[in-house]
Design a protein around this ligand. Structure first.
Ligand code: HPA
Length: 275
């Protein structure tokens, strides 16, 4: 079976099970799952029951695909995602994005908890991702290309849609939400960085670093889905000389940013839904 056929199987599974036809998908990152509470859910599916989906294992992720409306706009949301460090292949990590394409998704909103590299950042900051640096050991598009998904050599010069970034800045201004903007460095994890690695990632141009998002955004670009990405700064790497990084700390700090993030994403969905 080709990947296209595997994805088609999952699409067919949803064919008679959905009462909404969303064009916007949201991936809720670590500690950001409470945005799901703002969604008026019409259908929800545990990953374990969806053909082609693997079961999410990491703490803080319950692994559900949600359908419903957010601010009246149809959306699909992933509560919990597949991380490469959990041992999933790049194909498994990005399977949901390929499914999104077949379900008619046009825009992907992706959030993550990340370490801050920019010394101006503080825990709880929200950063709009303007670009990324892929340091994963493998590209999800490696292997024979299926032109039904997209081109062999996809353009990545506009990986994060500029119009969406502009919209978010306008929304943030009118809601008095302070935003950062910058470059996300994607690494495989699961280790947090050594201090030398935090310095290195800063030197090569990063503002945040994390263990997700890049594979999904690569595949979204391949299949022609516009991306909007947000990092929530859970810890600031260069401060690691003062205190060590823990998953609990990252989750705690992302919770404080949650309120701002919820408003931003809800208003973004409203804006995109108008277009
Ligand atoms: N590094 C990598 N991933 C992360 C970090 C970090 O410091 N914080 C949250 N996710």
């Amino acid at each position: 079976m080709t990947m296209w056929e595997d994805v088609s199987k999952a699409r067919i599974y949803f064919e008679n099970r959905l009462s909404v036809r969303p064009e916007i998908a949201i991936i809720l990152g670590t500690g950001l799952g409470n945005l799901a509470r703002e969604i008026e859910i019409t259908e929800e599916f545990a990953y374990s029951g969806i053909p082609g989906f693997k079961t999410s294992t990491v703490e803080g992720h319950s692994g559900k695909l949600l359908f419903g409306t957010l601010a009246g706009v149809p959306v699909m949301a992933m509560k919990g995602r597949f991380h490469y460090y959990e041992g999933y292949s790049m194909q498994e990590v990005t399977f949901p994005v390929r499914l999104m394409k077949q379900l008619g998704i046009k825009t992907l909103i992706v959030s993550n908890a990340a370490g801050g590299l920019n010394p101006d950042f503080v825990p709880g900051d929200i950063m709009l991702i303007t670009d990324h640096i892929n340091l994963f050991p493998e590209n999800p598009l490696r292997g024979k290309n299926d032109d039904r998904f997209g081109a062999r050599f996809p353009d990545m010069s506009k990986a994060y849609d500029r119009e969406l970034i502009r919209k978010a800045e306008n929304i943030a201004a009118s809601h008095h939400i302070s935003l950062r903007k910058g470059v996300y460095v994607g690494t495989q994890g699961p280790t947090y960085e050594t201090l030398a690695e935090y310095r290195f990632f800063r030197i090569i141009g990063g503002d945040t670093v994390g263990m997700s998002t890049v594979p999904e955004v690569i595949v979204a670009n391949h299949v022609g889905i516009s991306c909007f990405g947000i990092s929530v700064v859970g810890n600031v790497g260069l401060d690691a000389s003062l205190s060590s990084v823990t998953h609990e700390e990252v989750q705690e700090n992302t919770r404080t940013a949650q309120q701002k993030l919820n408003v931003l994403v809800r208003e973004m969905v409203k804006e995109i839904g108008k277009a």
